[in-house]
Design a protein around this ligand. Structure first.
Ligand code: XMP
Length: 516
């Protein structure tokens, strides 16, 4: 089997909001890469044995932050280097050039004119639209670099070293608005660094299967299956690798969406023949949540009880030696960048935390190298249902945080029905995939309505739909009025207990995506 990590790029991160995007784009063209802070240990950079290094953008100014530089070893390793935005500025500066500071940012489209065809610009148009987002710019290249592209506002929009494979671009090729950004990254990775495209869903699966087999041997493995994307893909991957040696524990909290528990069982136990222990724990969750109104208390109760039940069940599996987790690459990057160093991340809710000491399980984390979009592609390649893999995010505490205040069974039942109608209509109209996340929220207030000749006095449901890239900020989705009207009509007519439907028009900030 080919080593899919053989050709690899190292991305040194100067703090740009686009750094993960650079890595995702590089992976998309089939090349493995990893992100590390720009000041990572020099010995680490050497040991990484990169085929090439990319210096990311960042918020600093080379004239003010003299220590925020590419480590000198980057230019001693004899590998190609591509500097993007700040990465280009610091490279120019470190090679004797000059960067002019500016308070005014250039943000948005610009047209560049390529003045010299180097391998970086092979087979692309001479004039192209690119995406700029910078304040400072390189104004003097010193002796070693030459200009290879210009824009009106940035006469040095791209540069190349005269004798070495070092390049810099002031714009952002990783952003899709840059028309030939993908080609630029391909030219860098394939033509300049000599990488091969070895990274794709099928080869990732083959690699993971081999590694899992080597790691666990004939031992048994336990996995907390939630029905979410990450744990579902881990289940499918482990099943492919070790079949019967895997047991999944699926805790049905009673706070899942309509028929979700049955769907999880159907997909994994019935269709794929994965060992799944289903624990119907609705009554235990509802009993613990009785009389509790505070959102944070609710979250803690749900999280703790979930862990307790998972522990009880997995302790019954006497032969289990390993615990599988759906940790993905962004979690790993976060922990690597944290002041506590490369701590092992255990996601707080569905990926189980507090296992009993005496269980002494080792961790299996087959998604540690993957971005979410790669996890999804791997899931589809493994044969998981498209809709399961491309489902909107669902919070760990489930409907527990979508029923405001105290959680009751009849509230959950009403909400499940309303939410299901909402999702059906979003699917039918094609809006499910156009928004990032959508769901209904149960408001425990009563409102007057009329139905036929009868007066109704029933509960209110709010519809939420947002568009976002990172879920840190979001705008409310501008769903067509006709669609919102149709959903509202169906909910009020079909769901007993609802007299009114409202649409949430709050962005994040100031709102959060969830209501609790
Ligand atoms: P907020 O409401 O903070 O949500 O704007 C941002 C994203 O996180 C999800 N979310 C959670 N996920 N446990 C989770 O696993 C939680 O307690 C939780 N709270 C919010 C939310 O659905 C959205 O995608």
């Amino acid at each position: 089997m080919q080593d899919i990590h053989k050709h690899r790029l190292l991305i040194l991160d100067f703090g740009s909001q686009y750094t993960q995007l650079i890595a995702r784009r590089v992976r998309e063209i089939g090349v493995y890469c990893e992100i590390y802070p720009y000041d990572v240990d020099v010995s680490f950079i050497k040991d990484f044995a990169a085929s090439g290094i990319i210096l990311s953008g960042g918020p600093e100014s080379v004239n003010e932050s003299v220590h925020v530089r590419a480590p000198e070893c980057v230019f001693e390793l004899n590998v190609p280097v591509l500097g993007i935005c700040y990465g280009m500025q610091t490279m120019a500066h470190q090679f004797g050039g000059e960067v002019a500071s500016s308070d005014k940012r250039e943000f948005g489209y610009a047209k560049i004119e390529i003045s010299k065809v180097t391998p970086l610009y092979e087979s692309v148009p001479q004039t192209q639209d690119v995406w700029m987002s910078h304040g400072d710019k390189v104004v003097d290249l010193g002796y070693e670099f030459e200009v290879i592209a210009s824009s009106e506002n940035a006469p040095i929009a791209a540069m190349a070293h005269k004798t070495k494979p070092y390049y810099g671009v002031q714009y952002h090729p990783e952003v899709t608005h840059s028309a030939y950004g993908k080609e630029l990254l391909e030219n860098f990775a394939f033509k300049i660094c000599g990488c091969e495209a070895l990274w794709n869903p099928a080869s990732i699966i083959e690699d993971a299967v081999q590694k899992i087999k080597a790691q666990v041997g004939s031992d048994e493995v336990v996995l907390g299956l939630s029905g979410g994307v990450d744990s579902s893909v881990v289940a499918a991957l482990l099943h492919k690798a070790i079949g019967e040696q895997l047991t999944c524990v699926f805790v049905d909290t009673g706070l899942l969406r309509l028929h979700e528990g049955d769907q999880v069982m159907q997909t994994f136990a019935e269709n794929m023949h994965v060992n799944v222990v289903r624990v119907n724990a609705e009554e235990r969750f509802l009993a613990k949540l009785e009389g509790v109104n505070d959102p944070e208390k609710k979250r803690k109760i749900i999280g703790n009880l979930f862990v307790d039940i998972f522990d009880e069940e997995s302790a019954k599996l006497k032969n289990a030696k390993w615990l599988a987790q759906g940790t993905i690459y962004p979690d790993v990057i976060e922990s690597a960048g944290s002041s506590s160093g490369k701590a092992h991340v255990i996601k707080s809710h569905h990926n189980v935390g507090g296992l009993p000491e005496d269980m002494k399980l080792g961790l299996v984390e087959p998604l540690r190298e993957l971005f979410k979009d790669e996890v999804r592609k791997v899931g589809v390649e493994l044969g998981l249902p498209y809709r399961m893999v491309y489902r909107h995010p669902f919070p760990g505490p489930g409907l527990g945080v979508r029923i405001l205040g105290e959680v009751k069974k009849d509230y959950a039942d009403i909400l499940r029905q309303a939410d299901s109608i909402y999702m059906q209509e979003l699917e039918k109209s094609g809006y499910y995939d156009k928004v990032s996340q959508a769901f209904a929220v149960f408001l425990p207030v009563k409102s007057v309505g009329v139905m036929g000749d009868q007066r109704k006095y029933d509960y209110v449901v709010a519809l939420r739909a947002v568009e976002t890239i990172d879920f840190m900020t979001a705008r409310w989705a501008h769903l067509p009025y006709e669609l919102v009207g149709l959903i509202s009509n169906r909910i009020v007519n079909e769901v007993k207990g609802i007299s009114r439907v409202v649409y949430d028009v709050t962005g994040k900030p100031p709102g959060t995506i969830e209501w609790e």
